[in-house]
Design a protein around this ligand. Sequence first.
Ligand code: PGA
Length: 256
Amino acid sequence: MKKKRIVVGNWKLGPETREEAVRIFAAVRRAAAPLARTEVALCPPFVFLDAVRNKAGKNVSLGAQDAFFEERGAFTGEISPVMLASVGARFVLAGHSERRSRGDTDEVVARKVAAIAARDLSPILCIGEKIRDQGGAYLAELSRELTDSLARLSARGRKKLLIAYEPVFAIGKNWSDAMRPHEIHETALFIKKILSDLYGKEEAFRIPILYGGSVNFENAQDIIGSGGVDGLLVGRESLAPDNFTALLAAVDAVRV
Ligand code: PGA
């Protein structure tokens, strides 16, 4: 059977309470259980991970939004991959543009990706250009970001890796500002080419590529159907259970 597509929900700084987190997680679990071709990973804020972990179930697993690269020591406020593993996380985002804009360099992201994979968790490495110029400088930006962020990942760790392509200018915008499927497709191929150069074709084609940036229940189907990606990274819409349920059904209905 073909590998399932994956929809990752990035809750960012929401919701405000533990009760609300449990309610949303449970609603998504109900929506995900009957899906045939799709699995879901939800990334709540750290403080809610333990509250929702027993809600993970068929087609739904737990993820985190970030992790620090050291496992112990004087690092006030940080959370390590081993801690995340101990509360049941399977996926961890690394290098989201909102973390990069708050100081995570490619070097920091590379350490995080390696540390996450070292604990047998799946790093979801986020990359994306800030602007799309006519001359194609954005391709060099993407290539550098990808290569540098993967610089410390072991051969074993690669087997756990996912890439989320999120053009920064498309995040948090109107739904109509999501990137068009044909542009996503072209970029996904470009990313596969870089991965092939790094790891060889066979391995590169096994690494799932997700698209993120203003995905909702209306545009998700087209992106999965013609965007050449294996899944989606969804922000705002993953906190709205009715819309997210519709999005999951739309994605699951695509036969490719
Ligand atoms: P958005 O966020 O779906 O709200 O645009 C996506 C993301 O930043 O992961």
